[in-house]
Design a binder for this molecule. Structure first.
Ligand code: ZN
Length: 529
């Protein structure tokens, strides 16, 4: 299928030759600079015109940065630790937002918006909260040409300012529950940053609800974890997750209980992919969110908060990416199918163009996010370009296809599985194939997690598992519930308790994997991002 005009071919290979060297020379320089989070502006714009080499997945952090920058998801910003989300990355985020927002609204929540700035005194009101966030807070002390009477915090999260307002909105039990969510940016001053995974400013949604009873707050916290977060991440992003309870030392600053969904990345490390907190009455007490109950007594309310952020884009990259780059789950892919026209002579180009237009229009009308690539480049260059960006389906249309009224479909998940499809069947087959690819990505991620989940005989084997970089994964074991024991495990192996899965074994607990005392919970241990 590699037909192309002589002239284009030549021009293509010249470009390739010249820049092959240039690109690989730039590779190391750029990646090094970017790995440090330094070197503000880059030459990505020119570099992206050429076929690009990715770092080997054995060097996973380099590979990750290569994918982020070369697939043009994000770029460095002149402000250290911040990132610029480029159109391809932002289109992905918009599709993720849509899937999440639908679920948030379908479960009875409404969106609203709070200010970026929070009075400094608000943050100080909840003791655990301020202790947890103070080191990461950015303060505005001067504005409008003068010192501010009270410094303003750039929100690291909005519990405090929202609590302040909720106190004024809630009066009676009839006002409850309050079920609100906001889409916003937040700032946490991070020392070591990595695009999407840990950035000083990031985008997210934060839900904040108020309830009449502890039970209602707990039900809400778990409902969000299950019906909103797990459902969204598994169905839309095709990433299997383990829902569970965080240990005391890993919970949110100021929460009664924190639940999370945990996913395994391609290097066997864990990524906390969403959290849901039962805040108990801590924030209600600090901000005086009370209500007159049916028995005419004034009572303190119970609150929750929950969030998913652009961090999950990092999760998507690492859960599905391969040696050729990204693999986008079709449901959130900015481009679901790319048409690559192939021609040799002008006359052929016309026939090919007619079929490309017809197929593109039919797919678009059916709601498929499709694009055709008419750039003056060799087909091989284009295949590589779109594979790196993870486009789920490539559609090849050459002169013979035009003559026969057919196209060739190639799934990103298995490029040897080409299939020729008659043009009248393209829409139906593309839609079916997108669904198959979505399922394949999920199945592969789940199989990988299962193959990298270990139950160990003793602590020596636990340590050996955490030291084995090539086969790194999750260890499932009994834990005594003691924070000191947990801290020792972390110090010795770098593994943390990711969560105590909601699905606990039915068997009676065995001894703690580290100290041998009676176990109280079945835990997932892993190194984590
Ligand atoms: Zn122990």
């Amino acid at each position: 299928m590699a037909e192309q005009s002589e002239n284009t071919e030549q021009a293509g290979s010249k470009k390739q030759g010249k820049t092959g060297a240039k690109a690989s020379g730039q590779n190391s320089g750029n990646a090094m600079a970017k790995a440090d989070g330094q070197g503000a502006t880059s030459s990505q714009a020119t570099e992206s015109r050429f076929v690009q080499e990715l770092a080997d997945q054995d060097d996973y952090s380099r590979w990750y940065l290569d994918v982020v920058y070369k697939a043009e998801l994000a770029d460095l910003s002149p402000v250290r630790g911040c990132m610029v989300i480029r159109p391809y990355g932002y289109a992905l985020w918009e599709n993720m937002q849509r899937g999440l927002d639908e679920r948030i609204k379908a479960t009875g929540h409404e969106n609203l918006y709070f200010p970026l700035f929070i009075p400094y005194s608000f943050l100080m009101r909840e003791a655990e909260h301020v202790a947890g966030f103070a080191p990461e807070v950015a303060l505005v002390t001067r504005a409008g040409g003068e010192e501010l009477e009270e410094p303003l915090v750039v929100r690291p999260t909005s519990e405090t300012i929202i609590g302040h307002m909720y106190a004024q909105w809630v009066h009676s039990y009839r006002d409850l529950p309050l079920l609100y969510n906001q889409w916003a940016n937040v700032v946490r001053w991070e020392k070591r940053t990595r695009p999407f995974l840990r950035t000083t400013e990031f985008l997210w949604q934060e839900g904040h609800t108020v309830h009449r009873t502890e039970e209602e707050a707990e039900t809400e916290t778990l409902m969000i974890l299950d019906k909103v977060y797990q459902d969204f991440v598994e169905r839309e992003l095709a990433i299997p997750v383990i829902p569970g309870l965080k240990s005391e030392s890993e919970k949110f600053a100021g929460a009664l209980r924190t639940y999370s969904i945990e996913a395994m990345m391609g290097d066997g490390k864990a990524l906390q992919s969403g959290t849901s907190h039962n805040l108990g009455q801590n924030f209600a007490r600090s901000f005086d969110i009370g209500f007159l109950d049916a028995d005419n007594e004034r009572k303190l309310a119970w609150t929750t908060s929950w969030g998913i952020s652009t961090r999950l884009i990092g999760g998507l990259i690492m859960a599905h990416g391969d040696a050729s780059g990204l693999r986008m789950p079709p449901r959130v892919a900015p481009i679901q199918a790319v048409i690559v026209p192939i021609w040799r002579k002008d006359a052929e180009r016309e026939a090919v163009a007619a079929l490309v237009s017809e197929v593109e229009a039919a797919l678009r009308a059916a709601g498929v996010r499709v694009r055709s690539d008419w750039r003056e480049e060799r087909p091989g260059f284009k295949y590589n370009h779109w594979e790196l960006r993870g486009v789920p389906i490539r559609i090849e249309i050459g002169p013979r296809d035009a003559a026969n009224g057919q196209v060739v479909l190639v799934p990103r998940t298995d490029r040897t599985a080409k299939e020729t499809v008659e043009k009248g069947a393209v829409v139906a087959r593309t839609q079916a194939l997108l669904a198959e690819i979505q399922q394949t990505l999920y199945d592969q991620a789940l199989a990988f997690r299962q193959s990298r989940t270990y139950q160990v005989a003793d602590y020596a084997e636990f340590q050996a598992r955490m030291a084995d970089r090539e086969h790194l994964g999750f260890v499932e074991a009994w834990w005594c519930g003691d924070a000191t024991c947990e801290a020792e495990i972390k110090a010795e192996t770098q593994a943390t308790i990711r969560c105590l899965p909601l699905a606990q074994p039915e068997a009676a607990p065995g001894p703690c994997v580290h100290c041998g005392r009676p176990g109280v919970a079945w835990a997932i241990f892993a190194k984590a991002y």
